[in-house]
Design a protein around this ligand. Structure first.
Ligand SMILES: NC(=O)c1ccc[n+]([C@@H]2O[C@H](COP(=O)([O-])OP(=O)(O)OC[C@H]3O[C@@H](n4cnc5c(N)ncnc54)[C@H](O)[C@@H]3O)[C@@H](O)[C@H]2O)c1
Length: 252
C-alpha cells in the first residue's frame, strides 16, 4: 500500500477481468479510487465488492458514447472529478489471415479497440478540461509498434491507430494539463492467455519464449506498474510517448 495514486480517480474500461481487473486492484493498493467500467457488469460488481469503498462498478460499452458519459457522471458523483482514464477494453479476435478475415470481425475489432478508445478520450476530455486536467493511458500492444504473428490485420491496425491517436491528443492538450500516453504490452499471462498456454503445450511455448529476450511472458502486475507510472504524477513531464512492456521483444 502506497500513496502514489492518492487523489486520483481512475476510470478503467474493461475492468471486470484480465488486465483491467489487475490494474484496478493495483490502483486501489496505491491509493486511487477506481471506476470499473465493463459490459460485464456482474463481473465489475463482484470485483468492486472485493475492492471495497474505493471502487465503483458501472455499465460501460466502449462503443457507445452515452455509456461513457454516464460512467464519468456516476464516477464523479461518487468520488469527485475523474482525472485518470485507462482505455484498456479490447478484443484480439482470431488469428485469421487478411484474405480470410470476415467483415464482421474487422468491424467488431475496429469498433471496440479503435473507436472505443476514441469515444473514451473524447468523452473524458471536456470533463478533465472543466476540472484539473488528468492523465489518459491508452492500452495498445507490441502489435501497435510492429506487425506480429498470431493476430489479425484489424487488431494491428487498431493498435497502431491507438498509438497515433495518443500522440495527436497529447499535443493538442499539452498546455491544458492533460497528458496522453500509450502502453504496449507483449504477451501477458492473463486468465485467457493462461488457458491458451496450457492448450498449446510446453513445447510450443518454449519456442515462443525463445523469441523473447527475457524468455518469458509478462505477469499482469508488470503491465499495471507501467500504467500506474503513467497515471501518477511521477510521469508529470511525459506525454505523447509509448511505454513498451515486452521483455525486450521489440529490441531485437
Ligand atoms: N493479454 C495480452 O497478452 C495482451 C497483450 C497486449 C495487449 N493487450 C491489450 O490489453 C487489453 C486488455 O487485454 P486482456 O487480455 O486483459 O483482455 P480480456 O479479454 O481478459 O479482458 C477484456 C475486458 O474487456 C471487456 N470488454 C470487452 N468488450 C468491451 C466493450 N465493448 N466495452 C466494455 N468492456 C468490454 C471484457 O468484458 C473484459 O472484462 C486489451 O486492450 C488488449 O488488446 C493484451
Amino acid at each position: 500500500m502506497t500513496d502514489r495514486l492518492a487523489g486520483k480517480v481512475a476510470l478503467i474500461s474493461g475492468a471486470a477481468g484480465g488486465m483491467g481487473a489487475a490494474h484496478a486492484e493495483h490502483f486501489v493498493a496505491h491509493g486511487a479510487k477506481v471506476i470499473l467500467g465493463d459490459i460485464d457488469l456482474d463481473g465489475a460488481r463482484a470485483l468492486a465488492a472485493r475492492l471495497g469503498e474505493s471502487a465503483l462498478a458501472v455499465a460501460l460499452n466502449v462503443t457507445e458514447p452515452a455509456t461513457w458519459r454516464e460512467a464519468i457522471r456516476l464516477g464523479a458523483e461518487r468520488f469527485g472529478p475523474v482525472n485518470v482514464l485507462v482505455n484498456n477494453a479490447g478484443v484480439s479476435g482470431s488469428a485469421t489471415s487478411t484474405t480470410e478475415i470476415s467483415d464482421e470481425e474487422w468491424h467488431r475489432t475496429i469498433d471496440i479497440d479503435l473507436n472505443g478508445t476514441f469515444h473514451g478520450i473524447r468523452s473524458v476530455l471536456p470533463h478533465m478540461l472543466d476540472h484539473d486536467g488528468g492523465s489518459i493511458v491508452n492500452i495498445s500492444s507490441a502489435a501497435g509498434m510492429a506487425a506480429a504473428p498470431g493476430v489479425n490485420i484489424a487488431y494491428v491496425a487498431a493498435k497502431f491507430a491507438v498509438r497515433g491517436m495518443s500522440k495527436q491528443v497529447a499535443i493538442e492538450y499539452a498546455q491544458k494539463g492533460i497528458r496522453v500516453n500509450s502502453v504496449h504490452p507483449g504477451a501477458v499471462r492473463t486468465p485467457l492467455t493462461q488457458a491458451l498456454v496450457e492448450q498449446l503445450g510446453p513445447e510450443f511455448m518454449e519456442g515462443f519464449y525463445a523469441s523473447v529476450p527475457m524468455h518469458r511472458i509478462a505477469e499482469m502486475k508488470e503491465v499495471s506498474d507501467a500504467v500506474i507510472f503513467l497515471a501518477s504524477d511521477e510521469s508529470s513531464f511525459i506525454t505523447g510517448t509509448e511505454l513498451v512492456v515486452d521483455g525486450g521483444l521489440l529490441a531485437l
